[in-house]
Ligand binder design. Structure first.
Ligand code: AMP
Length: 286
């Protein structure tokens, strides 16, 4: 059994996880649930797109075995009071500007794991920190589930696919290309002698040249501990979050140990053939 947790507004990024699960597992279940506990007051919970019929059609067409789209009261009944918190990893990067976010994610993911008892669960590297946090929860709580990570699916021009991209105005959409462009340039400039600060400056200069961009963070971190790194020897994740108007976009790029650019697959356009999933510990953590 493979499980693909989503918040719906299904796009090719989600479908790549579904395809990986269909390929690897006998049965595939998808959850569609806009999880209120991972949104802070003032975030886009109420406006989050929910085109359920379209989503179901896309999933049906791929041959998914089950879609679970519960009501909020089914997941969080009256007097709901139990939460899963992964400490440390969740207070940095996205957790800094969204302090309750990962608690909501791990709680709902844990509940869906209990509901479905999958053998494997599929997550996108687009939400890199989320993959690290979920893997830590699974390890710490002895959940017998393999976490599979799939490469970032991008629009043909490089923008990482996201249900939130539809909030962008045409100008914001154009300027948002600075995220993937700066990551691609940064990745190509890494040599054994390049410092993470230099790379960070290059990205920052490029993104801040876009008048509509407000940088939340640009960080170069260890791929597993998410702590700051002083070189690329053990590999790194270059992670960024940038706000355009009301829309907060994230993107990242993984650098393999030894400074070889990893996952050029990350920059494959959406039209590419099915990406495969990775057991990230095996494939890109050593
Ligand atoms: P969401 O519906 O945004 O919560 O995403 C559900 C799952 O799809 C998460 O594991 C995301 O990381 C993954 N995902 C979202 N966008 C992409 C993308 N562009 N490429 C790969 N995976 C993605």
């Amino acid at each position: 059994m493979g499980l693909v947790p989503t918040m719906g507004a299904i796009h090719q990024g989600h479908l790549s996880l579904v395809e990986a699960s269909l390929k690897e597992c006998d049965r595939t279940a998808v959850t569609i649930f806009v999880n209120p506990t991972q949104f802070a007051p003032g975030e886009d919970l109420d406006s989050y797109p929910q085109p359920l019929e379209e989503d179901l059609n896309q999933l049906r067409a791929l041959g998914v075995n089950m879609v679970y789209s519960p009501f909020v009261r089914e997941v969080y009944p009256d007097a709901y009071s139990t939460y899963i918190t992964v400490e440390g990893l969740t207070t940095m990067l996205c957790g800094k500007s969204r302090p309750a976010h990962f608690r909501g994610v791990t709680t709902v993911v844990c509940k869906f794991f209990n509901t479905f008892r999958p053998d494997r669960a599929f997550f996108g590297l687009k939400d890199y920190q989320q993959t690290v946090v979920v893997r830590r929860m699974v390890r710490d709580l002895d959940m017998n589930i393999q976490i599979r990570c799939c490469p970032i699916v991008r629009e043909p021009d490089g923008l990482a696919m996201s249900s939130r991209n539809r909030y962008l105005s045409p100008e914001e959409r154009q300027q948002a290309l600075a995220l993937s462009e700066s990551l691609r340039i940064a990745e190509s400039m890494i040599t054994p002698d390049t410092s993470p600060e230099t790379i960070r400056d290059i990205i920052q200069n490029r993104i801040s040249s876009k008048p509509l961009a407000r940088i939340d963070y640009i960080e170069i971190r260890h791929p597993e501990t998410l702590e700051p790194v002083t070189d690329f020897d053990e590999g790194a994740v270059i992670a960024l979050a940038v706000i355009f108007g009301k829309t907060r976009l994230i993107d990242n790029c993984l650098i393999a140990p030894g400074s070889d650019p990893f996952l050029s697959k990350n920059f494959k356009p959406a039209s590419s053939s099915h990406p495969e999933s990775y057991d990230i510990e095996v494939d890109c953590m050593r």
